[in-house]
Design a protein around this ligand. Structure first.
Ligand code: PLP
Length: 435
């Protein structure tokens, strides 16, 4: 497997684009040295790099692509809209059709406004909460890795250069499944918390009563409850994780998966809050998500088609079944090679992540890199084990074979030293202060 074209494109990219990519999670520092640098095309769950190597892909498009690459109905719908024109001086009917379709899925919300990025809608939710409460502080869940590229969140990470201290002072953190830690935030900042933001679930399921407890604490303290459903939306259930757990937030944010990779996100929630950004309000008006490209018709057409597939086919059931098959195959392979303490799979079957540990049980970037490297050698591109509707049983079985081969190398590396098997440097976390 050669990567010559990828390497030469990478050299050009790094001269022209900071980091060589437009998303940190796609960067060279996230992958082994022997990895495809650029993907030329995708079909279903398969991708081909610029050197012609083929891979089964997981977590496709940073988890935006849930139906599979180039899904025909979605592509057709987008092209149909694009042929009519992309952007006009007044709204297009497709904006209303898409809002209706969205609210027929997320039935717990009363209004919706579209944008292009998940970050834009979580930030808009924070702004609405601040305007509604007249407060400025935000409580965010410290166990959830990403809410926005905006300063209010990035200021909480190790990569906080360029962010004013005053931004950081407005954020307090609490722990997932730990109501006492959220209570403490409210006690430490009486009548100052505008909003509580968390993912309804991530790797851990909510403990019995946790989300209800968060909601009750918000109500008792006059704070707005925001669910970030960028990951869980269109994956946990058609109605979002909020429908699975039976807790309706004041506002929720969707940003992946709703348009099968087309750029579209949504802020949804209670009319009373959402109308602060509308025309039917006596309150001071909130400048809510007004962007040139927010309602670009191609993405809205793609979203309607994507949601149509969710409603007419059992996409969610398939994601869970496929993930379960993969989880059990990976776990059996780990047992066979005696590495169950090192390589484990966690999460809901529709959203599986894996952990890679060294011989002493510590999380290890070197072993993660080795596992990625050995999977790539066997035709699998898997920064996670997040499946799509396009992953068939055959793809999963081939993946399990690849995992089996990768784990035999992992076992040897545990016994003989990872440096004997890893080619080049290990991957690094995105959020670090220095390169
Ligand atoms: C939970 C969550 N919220 C928000 C975002 C931000 O979305 P975007 O990258 O579209 O701005 C992400 C992106 O990974 C996410 O995972």
């Amino acid at each position: 497997m050669g990567f010559e074209r990828s390497r030469s494109l990478s050299a050009r990219a790094h001269r022209l684009i900071p980091g060589g990519a437009h998303t940190y999670a796609k960067g060279d520092d996230q992958y082994p040295e022997e990895a495809p640098g650029f993907i030329a095309r995708g079909q279903g769950c398969h991708v081909w790099d610029v050197d012609g190597n083929e891979f089964i892909e997981y977590g496709m498009g940073l988890r935006a692509v849930t139906l599979g690459h180039a899904h025909p109905a979605v592509v057709e719908a987008a092209i149909r809209e694009i042929r009519q024109g992309l952007n006009f001086n007044r709204p297009s009917p497709v904006e209303v059709a898409c809002a209706e379709r969205f609210l027929s899925m997320i039935t717990t919300a009363e209004m919706v406004k579209f944008a292009k990025d998940g970050s834009a809608v979580t930030t808009a939710a924070i702004k609405l909460a601040r305007a509604h409460t007249g407060r400025t502080k935000i409580a965010l869940c410290a166990d959830h890795p990403f809410f926005s590229y905006n300063d209010w969140f990035i200021g909480t990470t190790a990569m906080d250069a360029g962010i004013a201290e005053t931004e950081k002072e407005l954020i307090a953190t609490f722990r997932y499944n730990d109501l006492a830690s959220l209570s403490a935030v409210f006690d430490d900042h009486p009548r100052q918390i505008a909003a509580v933001i968390l993912e309804p679930a991530r790797l851990e399921e909510p403990a019995e009563g946790f989300l209800q407890g968060v909601q009750a604490l918000c109500a008792a303290n006059g704070a707005v409850l925001i669910f970030d459903e960028c990951m869980t939306g269109f994956r946990w259930a058609n109605g979002g994780a909020q429908s699975v757990y039976g807790v309706t937030p004041d506002l929720s944010c969707f940003g992946k998966a709703m348009a099968n990779g087309f750029a579209l996100s949504a802020l949804a929630g209670r009319r009373e809050l959402m109308e602060l950004g509308g025309l039917n309000t006596d309150h001071a008006r909130v400048f809510l998500l007004s962007t040139t490209h927010g309602a670009e018709t191609g993405a809205l057409g793609a979203a309607i088609a994507t949601m149509g597939v969710y409603q007419s086919e059992d996409v969610i059931g398939a994601l869970h079944r496929t993930g379960e098959r993969l989880r059990s195959g990976v776990e059996s392979a780990a047992q066979r090679h005696g590495v169950s303490d090192q390589v484990s799979v966690a999460g809901r079957p529709c959203h599986l992540l894996y952990a890679t540990r060294d011989g002493s049980g510590q999380p290890s970037q070197a072993f993660r890199t080795l596992f990625l490297q050995e999977l790539l050698r066997r035709g699998v591109l898997a920064p996670s084990f997040v499946v799509s509707y396009a992953h068939g049983d055959d793809d999963v079985d081939r993946t399990v074979d690849a995992v089996d081969g990768a784990l035999s190398v992992y076992r040897r590396a545990l016994d003989e030293g990872v440096e004997r098997y890893l080619v080049g440097r290990p991957v690094k976390p995105v959020f670090r202060q220095f390169s």
